[in-house]
Design a protein around this ligand. Structure first.
Ligand code: FE2
Length: 330
């Protein structure tokens, strides 16, 4: 079957380009207007699941430190590692980056009975949720691990009232183009339970002139390649650096027996042959930002070969790559 026009567009585009809602005119952008801001993004490495997490994180840091990248900052969007002492070496790889480094709390970062406060201290985060200004833009990092009032078990995905109130205040205080980052999704209906309430706040965040402040929302957690525009705002899933989780019913052994014994959950995943990560580039002068595509392949057998299906994940989103997002897709 010949590729559709949409597929061709995906193949040709190496980056996703989006407008900054406040353009170059946002207060604070004057001095930054000639400088592009570049942030390396990686998510869901899962040190405690995948056998080669160190190599994947090393590949990311090496790429971000390389002369041709010259990123200003790096951020990981959660499911990084649990805060046990043996994982200090893993964190040290991330900390090789000399510039600003940011973390987002994932649900698996508290596996093994750890508390959120322990993960925050281990990673050196300023708080569970926080915000900062960089390069004339505002960034809000959320903690999607709050307990919903009607919690029935499993990993909670929620923003409690105190965090929602803080978010509203934080959004009101900024006059800059704003990016919101969470581990869990504010877009997928099966994720953050009060996402509609939170999205309403995000869409309502406007300047005195009525211009929207939020440029985009990014999340990890789902290990999928998917984006959707809601209320005019792109909600973008960043794919995992490591694998797509299938579950034990799709077990397939890909590692040598010794290694498989040490990392028993790898057989329940569909690993990506190489680590996935991307670069967010914000160009205040042009009033645009972009996310770079990252090609990749499966470590076979892939989910389709194993007849994987999931009622809440479309087959098109299950990919060992980060695709460019064009206007046809969001
Ligand atoms: Fe997660």
């Amino acid at each position: 079957m010949p590729p559709t026009r949409r597929q061709v567009l995906h193949t040709l585009a190496a980056t996703s380009v989006f407008p900054l809602p406040l353009g170059a005119a946002a207060e604070g952008n004057a001095q930054a207007s000639s400088n592009k801001l570049r942030i390396g993004l990686i998510t869901d490495i899962h040190k405690d699941i995948i056998h080669d997490a160190d190599a994947r994180l090393t590949a990311f840091i090496d790429a971000m430190l390389a002369e041709k990248e010259k990123v200003d900052a790096i951020m990981q969007l959660g499911d990084f590692c649990i805060p046990k002492p043996v994982n200090r070496d893993f964190l040290a790889i991330f900390n090789r980056f000399p510039g600003p480094k940011y973390h987002v709390l994932g649900n698996h970062d508290m596996d093994g009975g750890f508390k959120r406060e322990q993960a925050v201290a281990f990673l050196g985060m300023p708080a569970r949720y926080y915000s900062f200004d960089l390069g004339g833009c505002h960034f809000i990092v959320l903690d999607g691990n709050d307990m919903p009032p009607d919690w029935k078990g499993g990993y909670p995905a929620y923003l409690a009232a105190d965090q929602v109130a803080w978010l509203e205040k934080d959004l009101a205080a900024t006059q800059l183009n704003t990016f919101i980052i969470s581990h869990q999704s504010l877009e997928h209906p099966s994720c953050i339970a009060n996402q509609a309430e939170v999205r309403k706040l995000i869409a309502a965040a406007r300047t005195a002139e009525g211009k929207p402040k939020v440029a985009a929302c990014f999340n990890g957690h789902w290990h999928i390649d998917h984006a959707r525009r809601i209320d005019g705002i792109p909600y973008v899933h960043l794919n995992s650096a490591s694998y797509f989780w299938m579950g034990s019913e799709y077990r397939s052994e890909r590692l040598e027996p010794e290694l498989a014994k040490k990392f028993p959950h790898v057989s329940s995943t569909a690993p990506y042959a190489k680590p996935l990560f991307t670069v967010l580039e914000i160009d205040p002068a042009a009033g645009k930002f972009s996310l770079r595509a990252a090609p990749g392949e499966w470590l076979k057998p892939d989910p389709a070969e194993l007849h994987y299906s999931n009622p809440v994940i479309e087959p098109d989103w299950i990919r060992p790559e980060i695709r460019a997002v064009d206007s046809a897709r969001v």
